[in-house]
Design a protein. Structure first.
Length: 125
C-alpha cells in the first residue's frame, strides 16, 4: 500500500498546502484499491461512501469494464455516486457527462457531479 500512497502523494503534492503526514491522515477512512497492469502500478481507485476518485500514475485509460467494477457496487450500496472534477479539466467534465454524471454544485476549483443508477444504466446497460 505504501507504493500507492507514495504515488498519490507525488500527484497531489504540487497542488496542496499540507505535509505528507497531513495528507496520509486525510486518507483515513478511504478505501484505496491499486490497479496494476503487468505487475506495474498504473492507477488507484479511491472511495469513501458514495464518493469515487480515479488516479492514474502512467499514461493509462480506464476501461469501461474497470469503471463499472467500481461504479456498480457503489450504486447498489448507495443509489448514487459522487465525483469531483477540476473546473479547468474540460476533457474530464465531458467524460463524466457522457457516463451520465450530472453537475450538482461547485466550489472555487471543482465541479461536483452525481450519478444516479437510472442514468448509469441508460448510458452503460
Amino acid at each position: 500500500m505504501t507504493a500507492v500512497i507514495d504515488s498519490l502523494w507525488r500527484q497531489a503534492e504540487p497542488s496542496v498546502f499540507i505535509t505528507r503526514e497531513q495528507f496520509e491522515e486525510s486518507l483515513v477512512g478511504w478505501t484505496i484499491d491499486p490497479v496494476e497492469r503487468g505487475g506495474e502500478l498504473v492507477a488507484a481507485v479511491v472511495t469513501r461512501g458514495p464518493e469515487l476518485h480515479f488516479a492514474t500514475f502512467v499514461r493509462f485509460a480506464f476501461s469501461l469494464r474497470l469503471i463499472r467494477e467500481h461504479v456498480d457496487p457503489l450504486l447498489e450500496r448507495h443509489g448514487f455516486v459522487l465525483v469531483r472534477t477540476p473546473k479547468d479539466d474540460a476533457r474530464q467534465r465531458r467524460f463524466n457527462e457522457r457516463l451520465g454524471f450530472v453537475a450538482e454544485g461547485e466550489s472555487e476549483f471543482f465541479i461536483n457531479y452525481r450519478l444516479e443508477a437510472p442514468a448509469w444504466r441508460a448510458k452503460c446497460p
